[in-house]
Design a protein around this ligand. Structure first.
Ligand SMILES: CC(C)(COP(=O)(O)OP(=O)(O)OC[C@H]1O[C@@H](n2cnc3c(N)ncnc32)[C@H](O)[C@@H]1OP(=O)(O)O)[C@@H](O)C(=O)NCCC(=O)NCCS
Length: 170
């Protein structure tokens, strides 16, 4: 019991789409339009075949409460991550999701580094990364266009040896 991550399956598609389309989630994503089930299913089929991608469900007491992905774009040891909680997740779930995901990244996937890219106005996520130990590594100025405005993208990184051991985690 407690908190855990497991691999996402087709049975999670509907639940994940509901979270992903919630206005308080999609406004912070690079693609912020409302996603249809067909588009979502096609994304899942492609993503499941891609060895560089890990799609995961975060659970507390066996209840699905969030989505996490890791994508190895540069080499096997370094991945970008993305995540969102169920809108109804209780306060404090983010830190638990983050710690579970980072343990998975460093100890299951054996990564050396996890990288986050956050839209500049998503101050909560920037603070969230820093609370997990990420360091701000740069700001890509006006790097994202949302259809009406340009936004900065903040790059954050966490190295395995900077991560607290599982025993030290709250
Ligand atoms: C980002 C997210 C996972 C945080 O979850 P959460 O449950 O609010 O996080 P927690 O309550 O566990 O807080 C963990 C840390 O995040 C930061 N944080 C959380 N809410 C915050 C807020 N409103 N303002 C600033 N920092 C905040 C704090 O550093 C906090 O640590 P503290 O409680 O010791 O101060 C969640 O809000 C989410 O899913 N957001 C939408 C999707 C998203 O933005 N994904 C990231 C895209 S890059």
């Amino acid at each position: 019991m407690g908190s855990k991550l497991r691999v996402m399956t087709e049975a999670d598609l509907e639940q994940v789409l509901l979270w992903r389309n919630h206005p308080e989630v999609r406004r912070y994503m690079y693609t912020s339009h409302e996603i249809s089930m067909d588009e979502h299913r096609n994304w899942f089929i492609g993503a499941s075949l891609d060895q560089a991608l890990h799609l995961l469900i975060y659970e507390q007491e066996d209840k699905p409460l969030g989505f996490v992905n890791f994508t190895r774009t540069r080499c096997r040891e370094i991945a970008d991550w993305g995540f969102y909680l169920a809108p109804e997740a209780p306060k404090g779930s983010g830190r638990k999701l983050g710690n579970s995901a980072l343990n998975y990244a460093f100890f299951e996937l054996a990564l050396h580094k996890v990288c986050g890219q956050v839209l500049g106005f998503n101050e909560r996520s920037i603070e969230f990364h820093k609370a997990l130990g990420f360091k701000e590594e740069g700001r890509l100025r006006e790097q994202h266009f949302d259809g009406s405005q340009f936004h900065d993208v903040v790059c954050l990184g966490l190295l395995k040896y900077e991560k607290q051991s599982p025993a030290e985690i709250k």
